[in-house]
Design a protein around this ligand. Structure first.
Ligand code: PLP
Length: 679
């Protein structure tokens, strides 16, 4: 199953002709364009040729165009140039505006550069966000009100998260009507190759570009500067680029960019706007089939045809990203991810989309090189992702579940913000018990119970009554039931053949499933001594807590200070075949969610069966694995995080041969490991 790359707004692959051109520049045309001998002159001729092509394509006219390392450098240079000129004007006693205005949806490079150079140059102007409307376009009324005070205005041609195309003509008209003298930078990164540009015919002073967004390599970019616009070099030195940007040019990058622009010029390599729009329609239809209830976060008629931004109710961007990644469809989360939590997208927040959409958005973007076969294959995989999700019963309640699969036995751990709810399900009796429900998990719990056609036998709590009400009531309401069973007088509840037994432990309750599992709530293992003394639990009883400290589960005998250093748990993908030959009894365990496992259509490795045991079901499985503490277990997941938790948990519980695949499927795929090749 080949990767399908749909994250072109982040970066693209390199056009084969660009690879060839770069190679040629490195192997044959390796001269320094500043050298005066023939080798240097040849290199210079190549570079001049590319510059000429760019000038034609972008309509540079009398303006200047320099090669640099990319848009971040271009933005720096533009901001530095404008701010230096402003300082000079102010020092000369001339009036300058008090605002450095930037569109609320600009790439972070813009406000960060404005703040940086404003501070360094001691200008101390006010860096102010220009709001956008619900469509993501600049609020022209707000601009009208502010433009008189603006010393610099930074807007973008098209947004990287949503593809929304700015109304540059309307902005230009407003600038003209108000006689504004603000310097104007337009970030054209996402416009290159997708929107027609004729720069010298506009009022734009600075326009940065980045090669890697259009099939050139990373590290090559361009900056357009209007004739007459002030300029201050960011880099001083040997005077390359007519003194505008010193440093020996990135000739391989320039050659590659030249090849891309030649392809753009020939009109045959890249797809037309109409083709791209039709591909987008095809993808939208599949997304709608896969994820009923999906909401698109961009106006179709005002966006690039190559960008989709969407949210699915009840699913976080992390879950969707994991799912797509498992199907080897590369998309990106529309929101910036910090280590622990996905932060909402500031672009979508600026558009005032509801909070849940801003924090669960996915961006799918492709480039104009895409072909029909790739789009069709992507659609098939997207639809498979939807089917996998439906089967897993983890789709939110608003979306129709597929009832064909019956209930499964299991102990399922659902976590949110460090709190856990446990769900005990019994397939034979099609019933379940919920232990310590957390309010935020209620929609998901209800969806799962309904989708699996389970009868909710009871909702039980380990802590004293004070904390119960809200989540319990919400779950009952969500399931439209008035009351559920209670633990009987003997403190027991039958769940099919199993008995859930309630015992007191201080002020708290502990729920026991035989001697195998104890749901202990917030109790520390040390507090269980009375239950140990009464032989209600053993040293090996799996303890399922209501707090999620990342450890999944533990036992009374878990040796905290016996934690195996994580490096010792890691198996490298390259070492796995040898390991498996040496340990033919090893079990490979996919700890990704069941829908991720299903989306990648099952993986096989040298006849070794891969078992799917999602991290959320791991606790229910550990007792069985601990019976064979020397039988190797190799956990794997997408990136290595979840498998690291699984391996560490098993080791802490006393399993002597639990491992994790270092770097997860991502690294296994990178090394073209057979494990990564889906059946
Ligand atoms: N501006 C926009 C709109 C972008 O999408 C990006 C890259 O994501 C940049 C600027 C920065 O480009 P680079 O990282 O190539 O310097």
């Amino acid at each position: 199953m080949k990767e399908i790359y749909l994250d072109s707004n982040a970066t693209t692959c390199v056009l084969p002709a660009a690879v060839a051109a770069a190679r040629q520049a490195m192997e044959q045309g390796y001269g320094n364009p500043s050298s005066t001998h023939a080798t240097g002159l040849q290199a210079k001729a190549m570079m001049d040729g590319v510059r000429q092509r760019v000038s034609g394509l972008l309509g540079v006219g009398d303006g200047r165009l320099m090669f640099n390392s990319g848009a971040t450098e271009g933005i720096q240079t533009a901001v530095l140039s404008a701010l230096c000129a402003l300082r000079e004007r102010r020092d000369a006693g001339k009036r300058i505006g008090s605002l450095l205005l930037y569109g609320a949806t600009e790439h972070k490079a813009v406000p960060e550069s404005l703040a940086h150079w404003n501070r360094l140059l001691g200008l101390n102007l006010e860096v102010r966000k220009l709001p956008v409307d619900a469509q993501g376009r600049h609020d022209l009324q707000a601009l009208d009100a502010l433009i008189g005070d603006a010393a610099m205005l930074c807007t973008m041609a098209a947004n990287n998260e949503t593809g929304v195309v700015s109304d540059l003509s309307a902005i230009a008209q407003l600038l003209q009507e108000r006689g504004a003298d603000a310097y104007w930078m337009v970030d054209c990164v996402q416009a290159l190759g997708k929107l027609k540009l004729n720069l010298a015919a506009t009022r734009i002073d600075y326009a940065p570009f980045s090669g890697h967004k259009l099939y050139a390599p990373k590290g090559i970019g361009m900056l357009y500067v209007r004739a007459g616009a002030p300029f201050t070099p960011l880099m001083m030195g040997g005077g390359q680029e007519a003194g505008l940007r010193s440093g020996t040019e990135n000739m391989a990058g320039i050659a590659a960019l030249g090849a891309v622009l030649a392809a753009l010029d020939d009109g045959k390599t890249f797809r037309s706007h109409a083709d791209l729009a039709a591909f987008r329609e095809q993808l939208v239809a599949s997304l709608e089939r896969a994820f009923p209830g999906i909401v698109f976060n961009m106006p179709f008629d005002l966006s690039l045809p190559t960008t989709l931004n969407f949210s699915v109710p009840g699913l976080s961007s992390k879950e969707l990203l994991d799912l797509f990644d498992a199907a080897r469809v590369r998309v990106s989360s529309g929101s910036a991810c910090s280590a622990a939590k996905a932060l909402p997208s500031y672009v979508l927040e600026a558009m005032h989309v509801p909070q849940w959409r801003a924090s669960s958005a996915i961006r799918l973007s492709f480039g104009p090189l895409i072909d029909a076969a790739t789009v069709t294959a992507a659609c098939a995989r997207i639809e498979r992702c939807g089917a996998a999700l439906r089967r897993s019963c983890l789709l939110p309640s608003a979306l129709a579940p597929s009832p064909q699969d019956g209930a499964q036995d299991g102990i399922i751990q659902l976590s949110v913000d460090g709190q856990c709810t446990w769900l005990l399900s019994d397939a034979a009796s099609a019933s379940c018990v919920v232990i310590d429900p957390v309010a935020a998990l209620v929609p998901r719990l209800a969806a799962f119970i309904r989708c699996q056609h389970l009868t909710l036998r009871a909702i039980v709590h380990t802590a004293p009554p004070a904390d119960h009400g809200v989540a319990r009531l919400a779950l009952l309401q969500e399931l439209a039931i008035e009351q559920v069973g209670r633990i009987d007088i003997d403190g027991e509840l039958a769940l099919g053949q199993q008995r859930l037994r309630r015992v007191e432990c201080g002020e708290n309750h502990v729920y026991l499933l035989g001697q195998c599992f104890a749901f202990v709530g917030a109790l520390a293992p040390e507090a269980l001594t009375p239950l140990l003394d009464a032989a209600l639990v053993t040293q090996d009883t799996v303890l399922c807590a209501s707090g999620d400290d990342g450890g999944i589960c533990r036992t009374v005998s878990t040796v905290r200070d016996g934690i195996v250093p994580s490096a010792e748990l890691q198996l490298d993908a390259a070492a796995l075949p040898v390991f498996l030959r040496q340990h033919p009894d090893a079990i490979l365990v996919d700890v990704r969610e069941a829908y991720e496992h299903a989306a990648c259509a099952g993986t096989v490795f040298e006849g070794c069966e891969v078992r799917s045991v999602p991290l959320s079901r791991l606790a229910g499985q550990v007792a069985e694995w601990l019976q064979q503490p020397q039988r190797p277990l190799v956990f794997f997941c997408r990136s290595g995080n979840r498998s690291a938790r699984a391996a560490a948990c098993l080791r802490r519980l006393g399993h002597g041969a639990a491992w994790q695949l270092n770097g997860g499927m991502a690294m296994a795929e990178a090394t073209r490991h057979p494990l990564a090749i889906a059946a």
